[in-house]
Design a protein around this ligand. Structure first.
Ligand code: UDP
Length: 248
């Protein structure tokens, strides 16, 4: 299938979304741009989009197998993910298993404090307002979701957390926190969209607690791409690596 199809309908900070011949599907292109601080810090990280599309595909496939509905249709080739067309909900749904990042900046939790059950936090996705954390009443009053949809989102998110946390544990990776986004399909079903990658998750090595995600970029440290490749090398199986000619 041709990859650069149709008009560009959305340009995000790290991905582009194109129309396709099928009105129910879009092509998501993963770019190499990497940003932090609402886009204030921006760089180009060679091959990041290539790896993130493959890593996201892996997670979406694992989730589909576990019964979670995702936008994923097919990775046509690295960077180009054919996806269900969704109307995105402007909420960043963050799940926290271990305290890190803004949770420590904003609240008196202890560093690396563990949460069982996990904390689910929702932020308003808006560069203009700097992604403020909101609550159910605000999300409903803004017309983003109904209370029933919030319950669905929470239930799906807890399932995603437990499936991915177990999978990552088996690969020697801790899963302190991650951000996901949901949308509605043409029938109004709540579907997991966006991506699940080192751009949107914290991944720590289980043994050394070394950071394997975008925090390295946020902090201006080196080895960002090497960390993303480490994640790819651990989560992908031999078949995935062979399919995309990865020597990792
Ligand atoms: N996150 C994200 N996009 C955002 C904000 C956060 O993908 O705009 C992810 C981030 O990678 C981490 C989790 O959500 O895995 C929690 O981030 P946190 O609130 O701690 O913010 P940070 O410290 O990263 O600014």
């Amino acid at each position: 299938m041709n990859t650069e199809v149709g008009n560009l309908i959305y340009k995000g900070k790290a991905k582009d979304v194109y129309e396709t011949d099928d009105p129910e599907k879009v092509m998501v292109k993963f770019r190499d741009d990497i940003t932090a601080g609402d886009g204030a810090k921006k760089e180009n990280l060679k091959k990041k989009g290539f790896y993130n599309s493959i890593i996201s595909t892996k997670f979406f496939k694992i989730l589909e197998e576990a019964g979670v509905k995702t936008q994923y249709v097919e990775l046509i080739k690295p960077r180009y993910m054919l996806s269900k067309k969704l109307k995105m909900i402007p909420l960043e749904v963050i799940t926290r298993n271990i305290a890190a990042g803004s949770l420590l900046r904003n609240f008196p939790f202890e560093e690396k404090q563990e949460f069982e059950p996990p904390i689910i936090q929702m932020d308003y996705k808006s560069d203009e307002y700097h992604d403020p954390t909101l609550n159910d009443d605000i999300a409903v009053a803004l017309g983003f979701v109904t209370r029933k949809e919030l319950k669905t989102i929470r239930d799906i998110t807890l399932k995603i957390n437990s499936v991915l946390k177990d999978f990552l544990k088996s690969k020697g990776i801790l899963f302190p926190d991650f951000k996901i986004e949901f949308g509605r399909d043409s029938q109004g079903n709540i579907i997991l969209g966006d991506e699940i990658s080192p751009d949107s998750c914290r991944f720590w090595d289980s043994e050394t607690w070394d950071v394997l995600d975008k925090d390295l970029f946020r902090k201006g440290e080196s080895g960002v791409m090497e960390a993303y490749i480490t994640v790819a090398s651990r989560v992908l199986d031999d078949e995935d690596k062979k399919k995309w000619n990865l020597n990792i």
